[in-house]
Design a protein around this ligand. Structure first.
Ligand SMILES: CCCCC/C=C\C/C=C\C/C=C\C/C=C\CCCC(=O)SCCNC(=O)CCNC(=O)[C@H](O)C(C)(C)COP(=O)(O)OP(=O)(O)OC[C@H]1O[C@@H](n2cnc3c(N)ncnc32)[C@H](O)[C@@H]1OP(=O)(O)O
Length: 260
């Protein structure tokens, strides 16, 4: 099994020298990134030629399942309908909304990531996708609007996320805010890490709630991507949290012990 130290050696000595994480991204992620006007600097170094001779699609964990409440299904259906393709004058026309797939490891967004995920800490799992029982923890789907540089996540909080009796743990809410703002920042700016996250908790969130996590780009300054976020009830009448997040763009070396 290939561990972190072996990966680090590969990065330093082998064919992966100087490789930026962007070069490992899948074609789909590249297409998203290339359509963003903010990414000209990053994208110019990306090779669109796949570095791996094989590719297979990882499992998308954000598909509807039997644990979803009727409210979760309804909101999902509403946003999913926004992702439909229209036919105008015989031509396919795609709107700005996309449903993002959700994998159980972030490395699976990279080309060949499904294979890399078996080599690098094979037993690691994304925090929000590490419980097999459907509905027990984080059930969520992210829809992104590339024109408006914002996204909406539909989140159903399972019973294992209890903090105050009968209510969702503040850390679980923070996890979802980090995940959704991080997903938007990654979508707009490529590989990033959370540098700062500020959350104001306004109202307790009952366990089992279905809520919307609205995230939007505030601004990009060099390597820094600033995102704002609000968590509301699905009819948006109740505000649960308000937050801001800062993400800093990183190179692959940052994850393997070098700051190049
Ligand atoms: C793999 C492919 C991904 C592709 C993405 C595509 C699609 C996305 C879809 C799905 C993604 C799936 C899942 C996402 C789920 C979850 C996301 C979770 C993310 C995390 O859970 S991640 C873990 C927690 N996170 C850390 O573990 C970071 C620890 N930390 C560090 O690793 C460094 O600290 C770092 C890298 C942050 C910066 O380090 P560095 O050396 O690279 O840069 P440096 O320090 O020079 O800062 C550069 C400029 O940022 C300013 N700055 C820095 N920090 C600041 C702060 N706190 N407040 C205000 N400003 C700050 C400086 O002041 C300077 O500003 P200026 O340039 O203006 O001077």
């Amino acid at each position: 099994m290939l561990g972190l130290s072996v990966m680090r050696r590969l990065l330093i000595s082998g064919g992966m020298r100087g490789l930026r994480l962007q070069q490992l991204l899948s074609e789909e992620t590249l297409r998203h990134l290339q359509t963003s006007p903010h990414n000209t600097r990053h994208i110019s170094v990306i090779s669109t030629v796949s570095l791996w001779p094989f590719s297979s699609q990882p499992r998308d964990f954000s598909q509807p399942n039997s644990s979803w409440s009727p409210e979760m299904h309804k909101v999902y259906d509403n946003y999913n309908a926004l992702c439909d393709t229209d036919i105008e004058n015989g031509e396919e026309k795609r709107g700005p909304w996309r449903k993002l797939p959700s994998y159980n490891r972030s490395i699976k967004y990279a080309t060949g990531g499904i294979h890399l995920s078996k080599l690098i800490q094979a037993k690691a799992r994304l925090f929000t996708r590490n419980v097999k029982e459907q509905g027990a923890t984080f059930e969520y789907v992210v829809f992104v609007n590339k024109e408006e540089k914002r996204c909406v996540c539909v989140f159903q909080a399972g019973r294992l996320l209890e903090g105050a009796p009968g209510h969702v743990h503040g850390g679980a809410i923070a996890t979802m805010i980090d995940t959704v703002t991080g997903t938007l920042a990654g979508f707009l700016s490529g590989p990033v890490m959370t540098a700062n996250l500020n959350i104001d908790y306004r109202n307790p969130m009952p366990l089992g709630s279905v809520v919307l996590i609205h995230s939007a780009l505030d601004r990009i300054e060099g390597r820094k991507t600033y995102i704002t976020c609000k968590v509301t009830s699905t009819d948006e009448s109740k505000l649960y949290t308000e937050s801001t997040a800062l993400f800093v763009s990183i190179s692959v070396g940052h994850l393997f012990g070098s700051r190049n």
